[in-house]
Design a protein around this ligand. Sequence first.
Ligand code: NAX
Length: 328
Amino acid sequence: MKPVVVSVTGAAGNIGYALLPRITNGDVFGPDTPVILKLVEIEPALKALEGTAMELYDCAPPLLHDVVCTADLEEGFGDADAVFLVGARPRGPGMERADLLRANGPIFTGQGEAIAKAAKKSVKAVVVGNPANTNCLIAQESAAKHGLGPEAFTAMTRLDHNRATSQLAAKAGARPGVVNNVIIWGNHSPTMVPDTEHATIGCQPAGKVIGDDAWLQGDFRKTVSTRGKAIIDARGKSSAKSAAHAALEHMSLWVRGTPAGNWTSMAVRSDGSYGAPEGIVTSFPCVCSGDGSYEIVQGLETSAWVKEQQQATWDELLKEREAVQDLL
Ligand code: NAX
């Protein structure tokens, strides 16, 4: 079978370390598809990247066709079928979210352009690096100037979706595998809205099984939306295994399709569905057809409480867009 080309930026980092062996294990394109990995890093991290690639070789991954390590964007995205945009500057001491946006925005201008110029026209790129939604918007705008449409770029909220699924399961004393159709609306930030109003636990409505609206609107929401910080406080490092796992699921569902009757949460370009402002990148419930396309699930009823929370997270995304207007 012809190998697929998968590019990963920030490949020498925390998440990259957990992500690469699973890509070469077939977790995105399946167990029969060979993979050419193109690993993109900034110059100072190329030595560390070499070490990461050496370790990967030492796993003797049966699907690994070739590895390219580079700081050159067009080489790194050349002919790519799938791209994981993980690399970004971490938030330093005293940095506000707006400072992070200003620091990371230009990275995504360059990467959006290079992907449009060098990757396959059918490329799928998931933005993981934070602030993921607005970085994704920047990449979309930049790529559009070079002929690649915004549907090629989505941002990851699958980790938040998984966190919500697991918290519900734990509260119900059930396995995460029997929980379906939670929704994350909005931004990958503490304003995100984990919505359980359409979720099921073992085919029963989640709200009925849990029977505690105060918990769903209070502790549940807080735990999900601040989980990243709780992991850092406990582990001394940010989420890596769970972030890599979510990125793989996001891409695999996009490439191979969501199961019948199920959706996933993906941050995509808003078309105004559910009253979200058009032209921001915000998380919606989405279904993927398996031919590379996705659609926002339509027609779901939302309560007044969800609507109020949605407005707050969309307002934050509008402010983020305003802060990077000069890059769009
Ligand atoms: P690390 O700091 O361990 O690794 C980041 C890597 O990116 C480094 O190796 C660095 O050299 C590289 N890098 C920086 N600028 C680059 C550029 N312009 N081109 C290519 N590579 C570049 O961070 P890690 O823990 O791997 O996290 C990566 C990103 O994921 C961060 O922005 C983080 O905030 C974000 N996350 C997003 C999540 C989400 O749900 N959307 C959750 C997990 C994670 O926190």
